[in-house]
Design a binder for this molecule. Structure first.
Ligand SMILES: *[C@@H]1O[C@H](CO)[C@@H](O)[C@H](O)[C@H]1NC(C)=O
Ligand SMILES: *[C@@H]1O[C@H](CO)[C@@H](O)[C@H](O)[C@H]1NC(C)=O
Length: 339
């Protein structure tokens, strides 16, 4: 009987040591995370709450990546600056594309993209290599993705027109498109923004009208410092990935909208993303399509998307998603500005 008791004690102490080691290990990861992303919390209670969220995400990412190692999934996840934010918090502030009201009347004002005839499209295109894409930006806790997709597409067309790459002002769009039906950090829409830039006679550069992830009380557009202009927008046939391919290959970066609700929580790191949940064609997040390619090891064709969640997310701020399945509704509402 006593032997059993000793064995029991021994295994209890081993279990305790292991769980203690795990706690020390976990706390080390959280300390590292705080250091890397320069995190400071207002109170101890807040810090404990953030640590709990972080550890939950950490375990999920580890498990997912074990599946990746086993070949069960096509992409990896990784800790990034959003690891202390719950999924719900993240979802409520990090997308923000909204059809809002009267969208059909906005769309009617767009020109129609006609795919070029008599050309053979290349197997891969990457406008980053051609100098048409600015550095990855960060929308912060503001549902302003629509403004970043707008500037990204216009930056590309402006570059193609002038050979000059200029980072354009999202804050200009945030503050000045309320009368066009956009709602600042609560969502908005790229086509309305293209129309504003057309009617306004242009948009300021990001250096002139810097972004600060909050709606200002007034529009501070500086008419003496116009950085780029637009004559309206062109819409690509909805749900036609061949037309989308032709557009991004021959025109430049295209503003798209996609279902980002399930970018494997917010921890995509690299590989061709895939998630059954995300195939649902309910776009809620505007992004910039900058090209396409093919993964030779898995034989997967993919789109290359620039996000506005900073460089700690994804592949230095980018994500690859599958082609040919209208993934997350990516081909539902693509457009680009006319310059
Ligand atoms: C890992 O794969 C298993 C088996 O397919 C699955 O049940 C589990 O949910 C996966 N884990 C994650 C985090 O995706
Ligand atoms: C994939 O294969 C194609 C055709 O064989 C080739 O042109 C391309 O360079 C390959 N891509 C990579 C990344 O190896």
């Amino acid at each position: 009987m006593w032997q059993l008791f000793v064995v029991g004690l021994l295994s209890l102490s081993i279990a305790l040591r292991i769980s203690h080691a795990a706690i020390v290990e976990d706390s080390k990861h959280f300390q590292q995370f705080k250091l890397v992303y320069n995190k400071h919390y207002a109170s101890d209670a807040e810090e404990r709450k953030r640590e709990r969220i972080f550890l939950k995400h950490f375990a999920f990412i580890e498990e997912h990546n074990q599946n990746f190692t086993k070949g069960l999934t096509s992409f990896e996840l990784g800790i990034n600056e959003y690891a202390d934010v719950s999924e719900e918090e993240f979802a409520s502030t990090m997308s923000g594309s909204d059809e809002i009201y009267d969208y059909p009347s906005v769309l009617k004002q767009g020109a129609t993209f006609i795919p070029p005839a008599n050309v053979e499209l290349p197997d891969m295109v990457d406008w980053r290599e051609l100098g048409a894409v600015t550095a990855v930006k960060k929308q912060g806790r503001c549902g302003s993705c629509w403004a970043f997709a707008t500037t990204g597409a216009l930056e590309g067309q402006h570059f193609r027109k002038t050979s000059k790459l200029v980072s354009l002002s999202e804050q200009n769009l945030l503050d000045c498109t309320i009368t066009y039906g956009n709602k600042g950090c609560n969502g908005g829409n790229k086509e309305r923004s293209f129309l504003y830039i057309r009617d306004n006679g242009g948009i300021n550069a990001a250096t002139v009208y810097p972004y600060h992830a909050q709606l200002d009380a007034e529009c501070l557009f500086d008419a003496s410092a116009i950085a780029a202009k637009s004559k309206g927008f062109v819409k690509i046939t909805p749900d036609d990935e061949d037309a989308l391919k032709a557009a991004v290959a021959t025109v430049g970066p295209i503003a798209v909208k996609i279902n980002a609700k399930c970018f494997r929580k917010q921890f995509y790191r690299q590989g061709v993303f895939n998630d059954e949940l995300c195939e649902e064609r309910k776009p809620n997040h505007a992004m910039l399509l900058v090209g396409y390619g093919r993964d030779n090891t898995t034989n997967t064709d993919y789109w290359i998307l620039k996000n506005s969640w900073g460089v700690s997310w994804g592949m230095d701020g980018y994500i690859n998603v599958p082609r040919h399945v209208n993934f997350g509704g990516i081909a539902m509402r693509p457009s680009y500005p006319l310059v």
